[in-house]
Design a protein around this ligand. Structure first.
Ligand SMILES: *[C@@H]1O[C@H](CO)[C@@H](O)[C@H](O)[C@H]1NC(C)=O
Ligand SMILES: *[C@@H]1O[C@H](CO)[C@@H](O)[C@H](O)[C@H]1NC(C)=O
Ligand SMILES: *[C@@H]1O[C@H](CO)[C@@H](O)[C@H](O)[C@H]1NC(C)=O
Ligand SMILES: *[C@@H]1O[C@H](CO)[C@@H](O)[C@H](O)[C@H]1NC(C)=O
Length: 355
């Protein structure tokens, strides 16, 4: 009964957001703001971003399909800055360094405006979770309309992509497509979603569905980056044991917020630990980080702010299968078309929407 009510409320919220989007957009598009010139913020040193040259190799990323014409994403970056949303970034003044990469990748509704000194200014690619889409829509002017050149990648369970009017993400994306027809909107294919589940299982020995957890947007983004980028600098991601009570790295430093743009929000370590321990409907942030650390042993991935290098394989790491030292390969599309698995994902997802 309770969940019924909650779903009802969420439904109303979604509808309100979407309707608000239409109304607001109509208003703003009738009166284009004169201040929409790209004036840099004071105090930010601007450099020309490195342009993608036409001779760069182009990678065809088959798991990422255009929402407009279903064609796979074609893109390659020799170097990437993957900017986390962590409070670790605050005060680090890494913005210029972040913008020096050929591609800058951000997640969900993480903003750059007002935080440029610490997180940089550009966004070449933004990976957005179905559950974050309403937040992106509510700040559409900043995150969507002003980012014509950004490639957007949306991920969500197949239920959110239903075409019968009940797929919340599908409905919102249809609207975005209509309002911003030139935007580069892509979705993670359902086959790729399953393949990323399988990758999690291969790397950790844990079954994602069995452990009733959700892959995080960080997982989708990191695995995409390993296919897309020649090298990756990850900014703002702590090592896997950072928050562990046994390590004193977290107790020696002040706790930081989970999101740099929500300074009064929950703390990073308590969010990671409570999710890791939670029985269901959570993200395995710590486990995922152990996997990323293991990828960095065989892949040009560096972690900065805080700066750390993965330890050589030791029998310590949380749930990581450290005996597995094979080269990280681009994730092949899984051949699964298991409808049952899909619907299971969906049932879990519908409970998870907009937590
Ligand atoms: C939003 O983007 C569209 C084109 O993509 C543009 O025509 C419109 O003026 C923009 N709206 C505002 C308020 O900047
Ligand atoms: C997982 O491991 C199996 C067996 O080694 C392999 O065939 C499969 O391609 C792997 N899947 C992914 C997504 O890495
Ligand atoms: C760890 O990886 C090795 C080699 O890939 C495999 O034989 C072993 O079963 C894996 N262990 C777990 C717990 O998944
Ligand atoms: C904890 O901090 C102390 C003092 O800085 C250091 O000597 C010790 O090695 C640290 N312990 C762990 C487990 O990192």
């Amino acid at each position: 009964m309770k969940t019924r009510v909650r779903q009802g409320i969420i439904g109303v919220l979604v509808i309100t957001t979407v309707t608000g989007f239409m109304v607001m957009y109509n208003n703003t598009s009738r009166a284009p703001s004169p201040s929409s010139s790209s004036q840099p913020e004071a105090g930010v040193i601007l450099e020309e971003p490195p342009k993608r040259s036409t001779t760069d190799p182009i990678t065809v990323l088959r798991g990422y399909k255009s929402f407009v014409d279903q064609k796979p994403l074609k893109m390659h970056c020799s170097s990437c800055s993957l900017v986390s949303s962590s409070g670790q970034l605050t005060g680090g003044r890494r913005g210029e360094e972040i913008d020096r990469a050929q591609c800058v990748i951000r997640m969900n509704d993480a903003p750059s405006a007002h935080f440029q000194r610490d997180v940089g200014r550009r966004t070449d690619l933004r990976v957005v979770a179905h559950s974050s889409l309403p937040r992106v829509l509510s700040r559409r002017q900043e995150l969507l309309n002003a980012s014509q050149d950004t490639v957007f990648i949306f991920w969500g369970p197949s239920s959110s992509m239903r075409r019968d009017g009940k797929g919340t993400m599908f409905n919102s994306l249809k609207l975005v497509k209509r309002l911003l027809p030139r935007h580069k909107l892509y979705v993670v294919s359902q086959r790729k979603m399953l393949s990323l589940d399988e990758l999690f299982k291969n790397e950790t020995g844990m079954d994602r569905k069995g452990s009733k957890s959700w892959l995080s947007t960080g997982w989708f983004t990191m695995s995409l980056a390993t296919e897309l980028c020649g090298s990756i600098n990850v900014f703002g991601m702590v090592p896997p044991d950072f928050c562990s009570p046994a390590s004193n790295s977290s107790t020696q430093r002040p706790s930081v917020p989970y999101h740099y743009y929500e300074p009064r929000g929950r703390s990073e370590c308590s969010t990671y630990l409570s999710n890791e321990r939670s029985q269901k409907g959570s993200h395995r942030f710590v486990t995922e980080k152990s996997v990323f650390a293991s990828w960095a042993r065989t892949h040009p991935i560096r972690f900065q702010q805080p700066d750390w290098t993965p330890r050589s394989p030791a029998p310590d790491a949380m749930a990581t299968n450290t005996s597995d030292t094979r080269q990280l390969q681009p994730v092949p599309d899984s051949r699964h078309t298991d409808v049952q698995i899909n619907s299971q994902i969906d049932r879990q997802a519908s409970r998870q929407v907009n937590r």
